[in-house]
Design a protein around this ligand. Structure first.
Ligand code: ADP
Ligand code: ASP
Ligand code: MG
Length: 472
């Protein structure tokens, strides 16, 4: 039995969904569970819509709804032939987008957006993409059925980044999916979304569809879990930046956990835990290049695999600074800022506080920037007025660059090497976080410099093929 998860870019439009269907049909797995994300960018739009609703901008969320409807109808009309199946999927998508509008209207009336209502909104994207994929598979003669993970994954009530309760989850997963698998039906399950034990919709955190696949794989004792994305596995650097980057053919769970933690994009950090416990191999593969073997993640990588470091970079981030204005600055300011962001469902991906300068630097996703500023603006209104906080501002578009050594092998020195390379490059580093393990370090650099920095470090650390690399 295999679980295959397809990410947002893999189901981004009609053409991509058709390619995914070909992969599923070609997989020859007799027992297969498919987990899919929302089409790329859809979750961001839904969240943005909900936030605009909370600001009372009715036109803005209606606009989001219209655009999402148009995008999904285009995919439906391209993929599905006229008939009852198409009518049903169209109706379902319209209903979910109607739910979106209804939710936004109540958020607008209340003028308040809780993490609980944000999850209800954010969960809609997967409910738009998955029924279409299931219907398209049926049209191609494959037995497939759409299943909402709201009925499967049971979580606590930490909305925005809820944790699964494995016992009830596995019970439901087995009860609902095994009968389908026994009848050779492929369940097409929504990634990312879940519900509390009382049925309130929750989510597993941004990028959480990987996690859903791992949870389902663990519950069903899958032979393998495959994560289909848009690059040839985990590479020594993002191949969109460094064309010479090499795929890591095999890595251990420990190494993958480390890489995932610092590069949440390519693999959600919590994905490893459920599969480690059951020793289920995890494979990262490319839906744009399905014959490439990708990266295999196992307990004990084979002896022939190469021991090497990888650079994981994440763009699309913003740095927010809360600057202290006087002697009354205390670490409590940081505690309050982090708490408020968490309450608003905004993840602070990194932060640092300089005691000498009395500054708090926070890294958030770019799409969270404006909302974070509003939330912090309200929290520190008085502090700003009386001068305890002198400035609250977005400090610019940034990216993170993490250099992760292979902890399974004795490879000390990766951190000093990375620092040295960065020093030679002369990049402006605005924040640094170094893991106690000495196997990884993360730098925050201006986004405008990130491609150059990644290429430079990749070359300096000799990570390319035969260490040969021309500098761009
Ligand atoms: P999905 O939509 O399939 O979940 P993501 O965009 O979340 O995909 O994650 C995959 C992306 O991670 C790649 O497209 C790539 O740009 C980025 N990435 C950054 N560093 C690396 C790396 N070292 N190896 C592979 N991918 C990386
Ligand atoms: N759609 C969700 C997100 O954008 C989950 C995922 O893509 O894994 O965060
Ligand atoms: Mg992802």
């Amino acid at each position: 039995m295999r679980v295959m998860k397809f990410g947002g870019t893999s189901v981004g439009d009609a053409k991509r969904i058709a390619a995914v269907a070909d992969i599923i049909i070609g997989s020859e797995d007799l027992r297969l569970v498919v987990v899919a994300s929302a089409m790329s960018g859809v979750t961001n739009s839904l969240i943005a819509g909900a936030r605009l609703a909370a600001e009372g901008q009715d036109d803005a969320y209606r606009d989001v709804k219209a655009k999402l409807l148009e995008r999904h109808l285009l995919a439906i009309n391209t993929l599905l032939a006229d008939g009852p199946e198409k009518l049903e999927v169209t109706g379902y998508v319209e209903d979910r987008l109607h739910d979106f509008e209804r939710l936004c209207r109540s958020i607008a009336v209340l003028g308040e957006l809780t993490t609980r209502s944000l999850d209800a909104v954010a969960s809609i994207g997967e409910h738009l993409s998955c029924p279409l994929l299931a219907a398209f598979l049926r049209q191609k003669g494959v037995r497939a059925e759409f299943v909402s993970a709201v009925q499967l994954v049971v979580t606590d009530d930490k909305f925005g980044s809820a944790s699964p309760l494995m016992e009830p989850t596995c019970q439901r997963v087995r009860e609902r999916l095994l009968p389908l698998l026994d009848r050779n039906i492929i369940p097409v399950v929504t990634g990312y979304v879940a519900a509390t034990s009382t049925g309130v919709v929750s989510t597993l955190g941004r990028g959480g569809s990987d996690y859903t696949a791992a949870i389902i794989g663990a519950c069903l004792d899958a032979d393998e879990v495959w994560i289909w994305t848009d690059v040839d596995g985990i590479l020594t650097a993002d191949p969109k930046i460094v064309p010479q980057a090499r795929p890591l053919s095999e890595i251990s769970y420990v190494e993958a956990a480390e890489l995932a933690y610092f590069g949440a994009d390519v693999l959600h950090p919590k994905t490893i835990k459920p599969v480690v416990e059951k020793r289920i191999p995890l494979r990262i593969v490319n839906s744009f290049n399905p014959t490439h073997p990708g990266t295999l993640i196992v307990a004990q990588p084979s002896a022939v695999r190469q021991d090497m470091a990888a650079i994981i970079s994440t763009k699309g981030l913003s740095m927010i600074v809360v600057a202290g204005g006087g002697d009354s600055w205390s670490p409590l300011i940081a505690a309050r800022a982090l708490q408020r962001l968490a309450d608003a469902g905004i993840e602070a991906l990194m932060f640092s506080q300089s005691f000498s300068e009395r500054n708090l630097n926070l890294v958030v996703r770019r799409e969270d920037q404006e909302h974070a500023l509003r939330v912090l603006g309200r929290e520190f209104e008085t502090d700003l007025r009386i001068g305890i906080v002198s400035r609250l501002a977005a400090q610019g578009e940034v990216a993170t660059v993490s250099v992760v050594g292979a902890p399974g092998q004795d490879r000390p020195g990766i951190v000093p090497q990375a620092f040295a390379a960065l020093g030679r490059h002369g990049a402006r580093v605005t924040l640094v976080a170094q893991a106690a393990s000495e196997y990884n370090v993360t730098f925050v650099v201006p986004e405008s410099q990130v491609d150059d920095v990644v290429r430079f470090i990749h070359r300096e650390l000799g990570l390319g093929l035969n260490g040969n690399e021309v500098q761009a």
